[in-house]
Design a protein around this ligand. Structure first.
Ligand SMILES: [Zn+2]
Length: 68
C-alpha cells in the first residue's frame, strides 16, 4: 500500500509542534494519517495528523495525541 501523498511533499512535511519528520500510518478507521517520527518535546507523546482528500492537515489543533 503506497501513500496518497506525493513523496516530495512528505519529505518536506514536519510536525508543527516538534519540527521532526512524520511517518505514514492509518488510524483505527483505516484512514491515512501522519504520525510523529519521534516524541513531540513539549508533550512527551506523539501526534497523529489527519490526511483529508490526500492533503495533510498539519495543524496542532487538528492532531490527535498518541501515546505510542
Ligand atoms: Zn510531533
Amino acid at each position: 500500500m503506497t501513500s496518497q501523498i506525493d513523496p516530495w511533499v512528505r519529505d518536506i512535511l514536519r510536525c508543527p509542534v516538534g519540527q521532526h519528520k512524520l511517518l505514514d500510518d492509518t488510524n483505527d478507521a483505516g484512514e491515512p494519517i501522519l504520525v510523529c517520527e519521534q516524541d513531540c518535546p513539549t508533550e512527551g507523546q506523539r501526534r497523529s495528523y489527519p490526511v483529508r482528500d490526500g492533503i495533510p492537515v498539519m495543524l496542532a489543533d487538528e492532531s490527535t495525541i498518541s501515546a505510542r
